[in-house]
Design a protein around this ligand. Structure first.
Ligand SMILES: Cc1cc2nc3c(=O)[nH]c(=O)nc-3n(C[C@H](O)[C@H](O)[C@H](O)COP(=O)(O)OP(=O)(O)OC[C@H]3O[C@@H](n4cnc5c(N)ncnc54)[C@H](O)[C@@H]3O)c2cc1C
Length: 446
């Protein structure tokens, strides 16, 4: 049971984190308003505020679990909308640089759907709450404040000035958030963000499933890996009868967006199923590219004069190289923590309690997203980073032909287990055996 605080909470951005935050705040505030730049009709498809929705969005097992607690039966609703439930072992054909990963069942399943579908279903659930409303078509330009307390927002709606007041303002305006400059206008200065850029690019297209292609997976993925493997790709079956095809380029490589170039790039991959799909299936969308996908962390928890009445979460705080699929899960974890803290804290008065929790939740995803990307850098890296990169490379060498190690790796990458499980004896000795003997386990052939 959550405590009731003041009357009104205002959330900037009705994207993934904003919707979840509104759901949680509705338990503690009499009135919750989502202020969103895009116009969002009830059945909205793609919209300009979330260009990333043109690319696949994997929901991690941990994220699915947290969302189910916030929205009971969400998994069933996603499946009813065509999401494909897939075991992360038997239904996935995954290629690491040393070969194909084992296909034994792992016992963890995730729903495979599009970002548009999951956001639409969650939005519908949130806007059904009696005390939550959406004001769309509003671009927020800054914060209103009074003696160290944020009291609302100002912006524009159809060219007219817009202002709105609230007891708590939550910034959930995503990767392009302007919060750092809005705070600077109030005389609040943030430390420079940490940025790691692996120069990753996604180039994606939807295809209608071609039933004539005999494929034995629901998702296939070939990873990039610094410093050797710049190209990769993935296909997931989504929303009933569609394949979401993505070609990855890391370390500055990038797949073309014209038909011929897209296919030519796919033929350079080990996983030839991807090129076969591009050759034989009918496109269901244009080709879209998202480039320069870096990781950035705004360390708001370190701002001593952070104003009362203001919180920030989701990509506005930490936006990550998306290849590990952390973003939606991290936003969900932020909102689970918001719900937990609201039981005992008036966060409008103690905002840094929440910002510290956001920072804590970001540590592991940040480490895993940036450790590999730093492998593209020419700079001399700290010893810990070099050790983690070395261990990850050895782990990937052991994965083919080693179901136990693969299972442990998947559980960590799905944020179900702590990364420390990857140095438990059962995994560690297999890695060390490989290092000491130079032996490679027998990889599965495709
Ligand atoms: C190419 C790509 C692939 C990705 N793949 C995955 C994946 O596989 N799995 C995963 O979990 N995550 C993935 N992500 C990350 C995921 O998209 C984000 O982590 C997630 O959307 C974060 O939600 P958010 O609400 O913080 O931001 P968003 O969902 O981006 O929402 C921000 C909202 O704020 C609105 N807004 C912005 N500025 C203003 C303003 N001034 N005034 C009013 N409204 C404003 C925007 O219109 C938007 O609706 C991917 C990201 C990219 C770029």
């Amino acid at each position: 049971m959550c405590a009731m605080y003041s009357d009104r909470a205002l959330v900037i951005g009705a994207g993934f984190a904003g919707l979840l935050a509104a759901r949680v705040l509705s338990e503690s505030y009499g009135d919750v308003v989502l202020v969103e730049r895009d116009q969002i009709p009830a059945d909205a498809g793609h919209r300009s505020g979330t260009p990333q929705a043109h690319h696949p969005h994997a929901l991690l097992a941990r994220g699915a679990e947290v969302l189910e607690a916030l929205f009971p039966s969400l998994g069933a609703e996603l499946r009813a909308a065509g999401a494909v439930q897939a075991d992360l072992g038997s239904d996935f054909a995954s290629r690491v640089p040393a070969g194909w990963a084992p296909r034994d069942p792992i016992g963890l399943t995730v729903p495979s759907t599009t970002r548009v579908t999951i956001e639409r279903i969650i939005r519908r659930r949130v806007l059904k709450l009696a005390n939550v409303s959406l004001v769309d078509g509003v671009t927020v330009d800054g914060l209103l404040h009074d003696r160290g307390t944020v009291t609302g927002v100002h912006g524009r709606r159809s060219g007219e000035p817009f202002t709105d007041y609230a007891d708590l303002v939550v910034d959930a305006s995503g990767r392009t958030s302007k919060l750092v400059s809005w705070l600077a206008e109030l005389g609040v200065h943030c430390p420079a963000p940490m940025i790691v850029n692996g120069h990753l690019a996604y180039t994606s297209r939807l295809y209608h499933v071609n039933d004539d292609l005999p494929l034995d997976w629901k998702t296939t993925c070939e990873i990039t890996h610094a410093p050797t493997t710049k190209r990769g790709g993935a296909v997931s079956t989504v929303d009933g009868q569609l394949w979401f095809v993505t070609l990855f380029g890391a370390g500055g490589d990038v797949a073309p967006t014209d038909d011929d170039g897209f296919l030519a790039y796919a033929t350079t991959l080990e996983c030839q199923d991807i090129a076969e799909i591009i050759k034989t299936a009918t496109p269901a969308s244009p080709i879209h590219r998202a480039a320069n996908l870096r990781s950035r962390w705004n360390r708001f928890h370190k701002v001593p004069n952070w104003p009362r009445g203001l919180l920030a979460l989701g990509d506005s705080v930490v936006s990550l190289n998306p290849v590990h699929g952390h973003g939606m899960t991290l936003a969900a974890l932020n909102c689970a923590e918001l719900r937990h803290l609201l039981q005992d804290h008036d966060l409008a008065k103690e905002p840094l309690v929440f910002q510290h929790a956001v920072a804590k939740a970001a540590q592991i995803p940040w480490m895993s997203a940036t450790t590999t990307d730093l492998g593209w850098s020419q700079k001399k890296l700290p010893l810990t980073t070099r050790f983690l990169q070395w261990y990850a490379r050895r782990l990937f060498e052991v994965i083919p032909g080693n179901p136990q190690v693969y299972r442990a790796f998947i559980r960590v990458s799905q944020m179900v287990d702590h990364p420390a499980t990857l140095v438990r004896p059962a995994v560690l000795w297999r890695v060390l055996w490989r290092v000491l003997t130079g032996s490679r386990p027998q990889a599965r052939q495709r």
